[in-house]
Design a protein around this ligand. Structure first.
Ligand SMILES: [Zn+2]
Ligand SMILES: [Zn+2]
Length: 242
C-alpha cells in the first residue's frame, strides 16, 4: 500500500513493473506499508520469486504481498537505493532516504543476505544499471547485520502486536509516522543525473553534515576548492569522484 499520492506504477525495461515519483518527494517521507497475507515462513518456499517480507522482526512469519495490487512491494531493488526500510509496530514501512526527484524511479535495497544453497544458480541478479552496481541483489553480511541492529534498536521502543494468525490479511493502520530520520546505517547516494550542489569550503565537513546535505538536496556535493565531488556515503565513508 502507498501512503503518498505523488507516485505511479509503470513498466520498466528489465525489471518488470516499477514505482516512479510524479513530483518531488521530501527526504524522510514515509512512502507506504508492506501489506499482504501473513504466512509461516516455510510456505515462502512456494512463493520464491514473488513478493514477501518478514513480519515484525519475527523470522518465522512472512507477509506475502498480492502481486495484482499496487503497493510498495513493486519497488525494485537497487545497489544505490533512494528509499529504505523502517520497522513500525510489526510492519515494515519504506521511506525516502533523501529528496527524490520528479520522474525518478523509487528503489530499495532488499537486504538479502549472502548467497546460500538456494542460489545455485542464483536468481538474484541486479539490473539497477548503476556504476556502483554489485551485479547481485545479495548484500554484504556487514550491511545486513547493521540493518538488523538498527531494526532491533527501533523495535525495542515500539509496541509489537501479537503475531497475527496465518492467513490474516494485513490492513492499513490508523496512524503512521510522517517522516523517518536519518541513521548512519543507511546507504546514501545522490541522484547523479542532477547537477551537484557547489560548496565553497576549504575543508571537508564531517560525515554527518555531508549526509544531511545529500539527504535534503538529493544531489552530489561538489567541493570545487578541494577538487572532489561527494556522490554518496556508505559504511561511514564518503564515496568521492575526482
Ligand atoms: Zn542468490
Ligand atoms: Zn545493482
Amino acid at each position: 500500500m502507498f501512503l503518498i499520492r505523488n507516485i505511479k506504477v509503470k513498466g520498466t525495461i528489465k525489471k518488470g513493473r516499477g514505482v516512479f515519483a510524479t513530483s518531488d518527494i521530501k527526504a524522510g517521507t514515509v512512502i507506504g506499508d508492506y501489506l499482504g497475507t501473513i504466512l509461516p515462513e516455510k510456505e515462502d518456499d512456494l512463493s520464491r520469486g514473488l513478493y514477501s517480507m518478514a513480519w515484525g522482526g519475527d523470522d518465522d512469519t512472512i507477509i506475502l504481498a498480492n502481486p495484482d495490487k499496487n503497493g510498495i512491494h513493486l519497488i525494485n531493488h537497487s545497489c544505490v537505493p533512494n528509499t529504505w526500510m523502517h520497522p513500525y509496530n510489526g510492519r515494515t514501512v519504506y521511506f525516502a532516504l533523501r529528496k527524490i526527484f520528479k520522474d525518478e524511479e523509487l528503489t530499495i535495497n532488499y537486504l538479502i543476505g549472502e548467497p546460500d544453497e538456494d542460489c545455485k544458480p542464483c536468481d538474484d541478479v541486479c539490473h539497477c544499471g548503476d556504476i556502483f552496481c554489485h551485479g547481485t541483489q545479495h548484500s554484504s553480511e556487514y550491511l545486513v547485520d547493521a540493518h538488523e541492529k538498527y531494526e532491533r534498536r527501533i523495535i525495542k521502543k515500539q509496541h509489537i502486536p501479537r503475531r497475527p494468525k496465518s492467513g490474516t490479511q494485513l490492513k492499513k493502520l490508523s496512524r503512521y509516522p510522517k517522516s523517518i530520520s536519518d541513521d548512519p546505517v543507511f546507504v546514501l547516494f545522490s541522484n547523479r543525473k542532477k547537477s551537484p550542489v557547489k560548496i565553497e569550503n576549504d575543508e571537508f565537513p564531517p560525515i554527518k553534515t555531508l549526509r544531511c546535505l545529500i539527504r535534503e538536496t538529493g544531489r552530489s556535493l561538489e567541493f570545487s576548492k578541494i577538487g572532489l565531488t561527494v556522490v554518496g556515503i556508505r559504511e561511514g565513508h564518503a564515496i568521492v569522484k575526482t
